[in-house]
Ligand binder design. Sequence first.
Ligand code: FAD
Length: 288
Amino acid sequence: MIPPPFEYRAPDSLPEVLALLREHGGDARLMAGGQSLLPMLKLRLVRPAVIVDIGGLRELAGVTEDADAVRVGALVTERTLERTLGPRLPLLAEAAASIGDIHIRNLGTLGGALSQADPSGDLAPAALALEATLDVQSTGGTRRIAARDFFAGPFETGLTEDEMVTSVSLPRFDGIHGHAYVKMARRAGDYAVVGAAALVSLAPDGTCEEARIALCAVGPTAFVCGDAGRSLQGTRLTDPDLAEAAALAGKAADPVSDVHASAEYRKEMTPVVVARALTKARERAGRR
Ligand SMILES: Cc1cc2nc3c(=O)[nH]c(=O)nc-3n(C[C@H](O)[C@H](O)[C@H](O)COP(=O)(O)OP(=O)(O)OC[C@H]3O[C@@H](n4cnc5c(N)ncnc54)[C@H](O)[C@@H]3O)c2cc1C
């Protein structure tokens, strides 16, 4: 079958990209690493009239930081997150390292992965647990969207048709803390059956000051398990404390069946994966 024709544009600057989005609206699709867009085109899941290749916009491929946050450009690749951001953003780096295989990670970008809003995407739970903010631009100006408000449904975001993500800001996390991203998948490189990001911070006396848990692959979007996180506040993160939080996370899971796993299996595995992530985070915070 002859593929539907589309116009291919590769502008040199951000203002040109934004002007094309304004001109073509929903008929245009951005292409960053192409690792989700190209399969969708091949499967005829999307039929854009114009593809706007942003891969050449080096201004979106940098990392800057100040006292409060690390700002990662939308075009920073998953491989760069994995290889170079570990010391500054270990949770994001760990989640990035779990994605597909190295060929995918060399091309896939942070902005593309979050904008794809795949319910099984590995970077979303890390972004949620880190309370990331997405910096968004259109010809009309800029705005910031909290990761918590960004994922609107399966493969749907809070972006309007003329907007794009330019960078993602991740607040610094100081003090005694530990993190972990744990992914259960059928085979190395597969999408998650369940993915859990956990972050715990401890008071000087060793009690848990704050805990954040976010999941992917067990709901229409990645999401934060607020009850599970809150249940750990003030505890000493004992094994029973972690088990209780994991059970609460399991209750919040509302998965569907797909080629990777049944809904029932996902539901059952959610507390297992969350307990593993919390145990690792606790160890990394220096508690056993
Ligand atoms: C074989 C295979 C295995 C994979 N395995 C995993 C996995 O295990 N875990 C996982 O999380 N992911 C996996 N992925 C997906 C991978 O992480 C993709 O790279 C990622 O989802 C999309 O990033 P991209 O830069 O390639 O985006 P693209 O494919 O270029 O774009 C994806 C979507 O986002 C839009 N978009 C891109 N950039 C922006 C922007 N800056 N602002 C607004 N919209 C934008 C595009 O228009 C498109 O709709 C896999 C992909 C493949 C092909």
